[in-house]
Design a protein around this ligand. Structure first.
Ligand code: L34
Length: 281
């Protein structure tokens, strides 16, 4: 029988822990603040940014939301980042990705102070993750580690296959699993015999961005399957990168979409923001 890993439940627990920490800091006269910047009108991004604001409010974290028009210039965005870098009330800065195509994501990420980079996308923080000595782990991969460990699954020595090599998920995910002493393989669009590689995995993390990419024939009996995909179908429903219906019966554990990895990303963002606030002490 497979068990469904409930990301909503686990994220609620983490948020309770973070809320208690925020309250403790408040007693010491230390406030916690997060600035979230969204450029443009992407409907999915609006939902995610809205969820981040709600989480801040529920946890007692001050939320500074900047909803900028699609027409925002790079200079304007960089000027805002500079202002937030200097603002003592702001502990964390998050520029929601993807940015409209006229804005250079690399340049914008580079402008964020590494001390406030709660996404851990700045090259300094990426380097720290590589070395294994870091304050911020990127929210989605960090949330996945929590999902696995809080479900009582041990990572050490396991064969983990990450499908996808993005800077946001695939690459940092592989590093975090490696730090947990897993044997890690990264698959991508040029991987030969991808199905064979995935079939060898004890733990599969699917971050491809293609609906129902992982099918039952690709998954070993008893595997743990983590689905990072959020694909919007024509009927408006969300669908993961895993064909849940057919894959679930073969798994020991599987995450649903929605209600799996997504809520964990937000919980870990809250945790990183508190870590940033503690760092300024
Ligand atoms: N800078 N950009 C930056 N940082 C991030 O960490 C993100 N990400 C990804 C996109 N761009 C980013 C997010 O916040 C993805 N992401 C994210 C955040 C929250 C949720 C999903 C992705 C989420 O709340 N998911 C819900 C469903 C929401 C819905 O109904 O659409 C879930 O249960 O999966």
């Amino acid at each position: 029988m497979h068990q469904i890993i409930d990301g909503k439940k686990i994220s609620a627990k983490i948020k309770e822990e973070v809320k208690a920490e925020v309250a403790l800091l408040k007693e010491k006269g230390i406030s916690v603040g997060l600035a979230v910047v969204l450029v443009g009108e992407d409907p999915a991004s609006k939902v995610y940014v809205g969820n981040k604001k709600k989480a801040c409010e529920a946890l007692g974290i001050a939320s500074f939301e900047y909803l900028l028009p699609e027409s925002t210039s790079e200079d304007e965005l960089l000027a805002l980042v500079e202002k937030l870098n200097a603002d003592k009330a702001v502990d964390g800065i998050l520029v929601q990705l993807p940015l409209p195509s006229h804005l250079d994501e690399k340049k914008v990420i580079n402008a964020i102070s590494p001390d406030k980079d709660v996404d851990a996308f700045h090259p300094v923080n990426v380097g720290k993750i590589m070395i294994g000595n870091y304050t911020f782990a990127p929210c989605t991969p960090a949330g996945i580690i929590e999902l696995i460990e809080r479900s009582g699954i041990s990572i050490e020595g396991k064969s983990c296959v990450v499908i996808g090599r993005s800077n946001i998920v695939g690459k940092p995910m592989s590093m975090l699993l490696l730090h947990k002493n897993a044997t890690v393989t990264i698959c991508h669009s040029r991987t030969k015999d991808l199905s064979d590689v995935v079939r060898g995995a004890d733990i599969v993390v699917a971050a491809v961005g293609r609906a129902k990419f992982v099918t039952a024939d690709m998954v070993k009996d008893g595997a743990v399957v983590i689905d990072v995909g959020i694909n919007r179908m024509a009927d408006g429903k969300l669908c993961g990168d895993v064909d849940f219906e057919s894959v679930a019966p073969k798994c020991s554990y599987i995450t649903p979409v929605p209600g799996g990895v997504g809520p964990m990303t937000i919980a870990m963002l809250m945790k990183n923001t508190v870590a940033a606030a503690k760092n300024k002490i």
